[in-house]
Design a protein around this ligand. Structure first.
Ligand SMILES: Nc1ncnc2c1ncn2[C@@H]1O[C@H](COP(=O)(O)OP(=O)(O)OP(=O)(O)O)[C@@H](O)[C@H]1O
Ligand SMILES: [Mg+2]
Length: 291
């Protein structure tokens, strides 16, 4: 029996005066701080004393971190500190690496995704993922790529054309591809391919979207498009974004977690973490003293 995975009733968005996505990051942070101080958003997911190993090497050393509903959480930290491992533990992808192991709890709507009766495939369905390098399937058309997640899961959408259009619109790609849906996905630009991969994740109608350095292979214009897209998606999804780029974290994330050597050093509202960090290690990192 698959207890975690009954779809939850969507919680209404708090009417705390959140600004529209067109406001500046500073305005948004201030309004968000005011709204979140009155009513802290629900924890859509959370990690509790999460440890992860590759063989004998411990990559995560007891991470406890909330991921608030319909907020963007950035994970920052130097290379090798465990950012990718952390997000891969959230949707049970870490365990597919031979010799990899996880201990601790990861809650999704309050239920442990590592509980023995839970099917990891269903977890991955609810917690979607977008990778660093855009990876559309080269032999599939744009439409087929958008629907590939369903097809791989052996599902048939009742209205595939409608679902593909909806996902491509949400990924802000529809206008650019609506007349070439039958062409190969690999013929698109890097930024378009990444939005296609985001559409592919969204077609599965996840509740949480994990993005592991989604812009690191993109130029500044394509990066700006993805950041704009994240601003729109935060209205519906809980988003976790791993980034090496601190300016990007400051622009897109409501909350930021700083990892170092497999530990969570600090977690706070993004504006607070970047302007008034409470730990010396955070300050050293954000001021470029190491990393
Ligand atoms: N497949 C693997 N096998 C063995 N060790 C691994 C594997 N993947 C990662 N590691 C190790 O686990 C630790 C955390 O790696 P991880 O990829 O999570 O870091 P990261 O913060 O995402 O780094 P980067 O910013 O370079 O992407 C590192 O010490 C890394 O060498
Ligand atoms: Mg990584």
């Amino acid at each position: 029996m698959d207890t975690v995975l009954a779809a939850p009733t969507p919680t209404p968005r708090p009417s705390g005066g959140l600004p529209s996505p067109t406001t500046t990051a500073g305005e948004r942070a201030a309004a968000l701080a005011a709204a979140d101080a009155v009513a802290r958003p629900t924890e859509k997911m959370s990690a509790h004393d999460l440890h992860a190993w590759f063989g004998k090497a411990e990559a995560l050393k007891g991470i406890t971190l909330p991921l608030l509903e319909r907020r963007v959480t950035a994970i920052i930290g130097p290379s090798g500190c465990g950012k990718s491992t952390f997000v891969r533990c959230l949707n049970r992808m870490h365990e597919v690496v031979p010799g990899a192991r996880v201990a601790g709890r990861v809650l999704l709507d309050g239920q442990d995704v590592y509980a023995s009766q839970v099917n990891p495939v269903r977890v991955r369905r609810r917690v979607g993922m977008v990778f660093q390098k855009p990876n559309p399937f080269p032999t599939m058309s744009i439409r087929e790529n958008t629907l590939a997640g369903l097809r791989l899961g052996g599902e048939k959408a009742p209205d595939p054309a409608g679902l593909a259009e909806k996902a491509l619109r949400q990924a802000a790609l529809w206008d650019e591809v609506k007349d070439i849906l039958g062409r190969s996905g690999s013929g698109l630009s890097g930024g378009q391919q990444q939005r296609l991969c985001i559409a592919r994740a969204l077609a599965l109608e996840p509740e949480v979207l994990l993005m592991d350095e989604p812009c690191s292979a993109l130029d500044p214009i394509a990066t700006a498009r993805i950041e704009e897209l994240i601003h729109g998606l935060r209205e519906r999804y809980t988003i976790v974004i791993v980034t090496h780029n601190m300016q990007q974290a400051a622009r897109v994330a409501d909350y930021t977690a700083f990892f170092h050597l497999g530990e969570l050093v600090e977690y706070d509202r993004t504006d607070v973490l970047f302007t008034r960090p409470s730990r010396q290690r955070t300050e050293d990192y954000i001021t470029g003293r190491f990393g």
